[in-house]
Structures are given as C-alpha cells and as structure tokens.
Design a protein around this ligand. Structure first.
Ligand code: PGA
Length: 227
C-alpha cells in the first residue's frame, strides 16, 4: 500500500511538516513525500522515502536551471514523478521528453512513477483505455521490473470529482495487463473521506492538495491503516 504526497509548488514549513508526520514512519503504508525541490534535502534527511516531482532530461553540465537525476540521487531521492498532467499540459512535456527523463531515471537509479490519465472529453469517448495503455507502453519497456504507475484522470485533479469505482478497477486491470507486475496508484481529489474506498481499488494513492496539511495527510493515512 503506497501513499505518495505530492506537495506540488506549495510552500510549507518543511521542518514542522515532517515532524508532524514522524509517528507515521512505522505504519504499514509506504509513505513517499514529493516536496518542491528546495525541501528535498530536508525531507531526505528526515528519513522519509522521497520523490522528486520531475527531473531534467539533461545530464550534469552547463544546463542552467536544470536539476539532473544524478544530483537528486546523491541527495538520497529514491523516486521521481514522471509525466504528471501539469507537466504534460503546462510545460509541454511530450513522449520524447518523457522518454529521455525516464532514461535518466534508470541510468541514475531513481525509480520513475509514471502518471497517466485522460481528459473529460476523452473519458466520455470509448478510447480512453487505449490512450492510457499507450501512455504506459510508450514510456515503460515491456521488460520493466516492478513499474510504478499512477492513474490520474486530468478531470479529477483538484476538482473534487472522482471516477466510478468500476472505471478505476478497469483502468488498473488495463495497466496490469499491459505491464504485468506493475503497481498501480490512483490520484485525483483524494481526501480523508474517500481514501479508504479508493485504496480498495488499487495499490496506492497519489495525494495532491490534501497532502499540504500534515494533519489531513495523517487522517488519510490513518484511514488506510484500518484496511
Ligand atoms: P489533487 O492532485 O489530489 O489535488 O487532486 C493530485 C495530483 O495532482 O497528483
């Protein structure tokens, strides 16, 4: 059971944030914190598993403003979110860029967590399962060992709307069929009241806005601990 906290570009008092989560380190849920870059060092030192929210497709060198995988790895970062819909949409990350980022993750030992998902229009069409299958297979080679994938319908992110349980089940099985052995998470409007139900449909949750507040995040994890 995974719980990934995606803090996006929100400012928090990171020292007090990790202190408030301290007691959860021993719980059965595997918690991974994905803070903005300036907080990564503090989170790595806290002993929590850490993910970056992105990575550069460049190696180390003269690439002003870029954060290469090797530097993240040397801080102690273990995971990297790849292809979050905000990156795909706002920062025009296409398959070629994501494939390069994937290669950098693999080269430097960061475990990529690939985010996939459809728009509302695509959801209302018959083709979204095929889109998700394509999004998975164009990045992860079929030989990938234990891939981590987050199904995040774009229309669900930050909207309070979540898909029908049958839809999540169907997407999870499409992904697992495409890549046997994969761990599939759900993300999009997860909160303390829906977390336990959603968790029964998949292998973990990717939590955005509800992870900003450590008390709310704690409530979510407490719900999962009861399962
Ligand atoms: P949300 O975001 O939980 O705020 O909907 C999820 C995400 O973008 O990863």
């Amino acid at each position: 059971m995974y719980l990934i906290a995606n803090l996006k570009a929100h400012a928090v008092d990171i020292e007090s944030y990790v202190r408030k989560l301290e007691s959860l380190k021993r719980c059965k849920v595997k918690i991974i914190l994905a803070p903005p870059y300036p907080y990564l060092n503090e989170v790595c030192r806290s002993g929590f598993l850490t993910s970056s929210q992105d990575v550069s497709f460049c190696a180390e060198g003269a690439f002003t403003g870029e954060i290469p995988a090797s530097l993240l790895k040397s801080l102690g970062v273990r995971y990297c979110l790849l292809g979050h819909s905000e990156r795909r949409t706002l920062f025009h990350e296409d398959t070629k860029i994501l494939k390069n980022k994937y290669d950098k993750c693999v080269q430097y030992g960061l475990q990529p967590i690939l985010c996939v998902g459809e728009t509302k229009e695509e959801h209302n069409s018959d083709h979204y399962l095929e889109k998700i299958r394509t999004q998975v297979l164009e990045i992860f080679p079929s030989s990938t060992v234990a891939p981590l994938i987050a199904y995040e319908p774009i229309w669900s992110i930050g909207s309070g709307q979540i898909p029908e349980p049958s839809t999540i089940r169907q997407v999870v099985s499409v992904i697992k069929e495409a890549l046997p052995g994969s761990t599939v998470l759900y993300g999009g409007s997860v909160n303390p009241s829906n977390a336990a139900g959603l968790m029964t449909l998949c292998d973990g949750l990717l939590v955005g806005s509800a992870s900003k507040d450590p008390e709310t995040l704690t409530q979510i994890i407490q719900q999962l601990e009861k399962l």
